[in-house]
Write a protein that binds this ligand. Structure first.
Ligand code: PLP
Length: 404
């Protein structure tokens, strides 16, 4: 029965962190105690109005919530079909939705009495949000970043250092996000008594996928209310890009019981369909374990983690949050992929027609809306604009000749 299915969907994970067969805790024995400690602290905080009020206050006064819901009229008219609405997470402090999670975990660190925070970062957006939160709370902050990513994203390295963070380059493996996460986990194993690992997406071992989802669900709660106020109804389709899966699950989760609302997650299609050319876990991957969780994963026949590619660093990762794997198998969310080229075209169109320059990650969702809108007259699409494009100006320059 449908009613039973939706109830099951929104009450997950179970007590051990499982979303159906996915999720769980695949970690060295030594990390079980700090994960238990975190879970207890989070459960207490969730039940505490004081915590909720503090988080809401910081979200308003520091991060700039609520973010607007914006009707993209010129883009809608240009496409001649669906009406397109943007949830403007790009307007948040530090430029993306990542600050939602960093403020929530920052308050938890304060409650746990820890003073040292470690984090991983790919494009640097999570590193910047973590550095900002640590400056705000007065924590020591260490960010692990692949040396290849440090080279590609040097302005973000500078921003983190300016806010007092120590950025440590990782020169193992492909010298990107996957290797930075492995290094952060190693640090945590050695220092968990004094240190919190501030993980940046709805990934990793329980309780992170649930906790990071909850901190980002403010996106969907606000958007649902704003959409009702503006139109008197609910949107027909939600769209969001899926890297680790935090901005998308944050938008989707508060709508899961609205059975008529369709949801589409957009992964990085990169530059081709062969393994190594994209980060489309649902079309090119199969379930496996990486970084403490069981989920769809890009791997070769021997179970070795595959290399990935995307023009957007934030979507360039071999696995995806376990709740998405569950929603995929249930058929509740449809997952598609969008190529580098289409994402860059979407950046141009949105910039020109609406005066909004999206992050390359978010542009993947915009591209899917552009593809579908002409055949969807009478429908409404709500897209999560997870971040702004300032950080990507260098990549736009390389790919958009003629603009100077
Ligand atoms: C990090 C990032 C993403 C991808 O991460 P999710 O956890 O999948 O949301 C998407 N958009 C922006 C702007 C980002 O910075």
């Amino acid at each position: 029965m449908a009613a039973t299915t939706t109830t099951t969907i929104t009450t997950l994970p179970d007590a051990l962190g499982h979303f159906g067969p996915y999720g769980g805790r695949y970690v060295p024995e030594i990390l079980v105690a700090p994960l238990d400690q975190l879970e207890i602290a989070y459960d207490q905080a969730r039940a505490d109005d004081g915590f909720r009020d503090e988080l809401e206050n910081l979200s308003r006064r520091f991060a700039g919530r609520p973010t607007p819901l914006y009707h993209a009229k010129r883009l809608s008219r240009h496409l001649g079909g669906a009406e397109i609405y943007l949830k403007r997470e790009d307007l948040l402090h530090t430029g993306a939705h990542k600050i939602n999670n960093c403020l929530g975990q920052g308050l938890l660190v304060e409650r746990m009495g820890k003073k040292r925070v470690i984090a991983e970062t790919g494009a640097g957006q999570h590193g910047v949000a973590t550095a900002a939160a640590c400056a705000l709370f007065g924590f020591e902050c260490i960010v692990y970043m692949g040396e290849e990513d440090m080279r590609r994203q040097s302005p973000n390295v500078f921003r983190m250092r300016l806010m007092g963070a120590e950025v440590i380059g990782v020169d193992t493996g492909s010298r990107t996000l996957k290797d930075a996460i492995s290094e952060a986990m190693r640090d945590w194993v050695a220092h968990f008594e004094t240190t919190h690992y501030l993980l940046g997406s709805a990934l990793g071992p329980h309780p992170y996928p649930r906790m990071v989802r909850d901190f980002n669900s403010v996106i969907g709660r606000e958007a649902r209310r704003q959409f009702l106020d503006l139109t008197g109804g609910l949107p027909d389709v939600l769209m969001a890009c899926v890297g680790g899966g935090s901005n998308s699950i944050g938008l989707f989760h508060p709508f899961l019981e609205d059975e008529r609302v369709k949801m589409v997650g957009i992964e990085a299609g990169g530059r081709g369909h062969r393994l190594g050319e994209h980060a489309a876990r649902f079309s090119g991957g199969s379930p496996g374990v990486l970084h403490g969780t069981y989920s769809y994963l890009l791997q070769d026949e021997d179970g070795q983690i595959a290399l990935t590619h995307s023009v957007s660093a934030g979507l360039d990762y071999a696995t995806v949050g376990p709740e998405h794997s569950w929603l995929h198998d249930q058929g509740r969310v449809e997952y598609v992929s969008c190529s580098d080229e289409d994402a860059l075209e979407a950046v141009k169109l949105l910039s020109r027609l609406e005066g909004v320059i999206p992050a390359l990650e978010s542009a993947h969702a915009v591209a899917e809306a552009i593809r579908r809108a002409p055949d969807a007259k009478g429908q409404s699409f709500l897209i999560n604009l997870s971040g702004r494009g300032d950080k990507d100006i260098g990549i736009f320059r390389e790919n958009m000749p003629g603009l100077g």
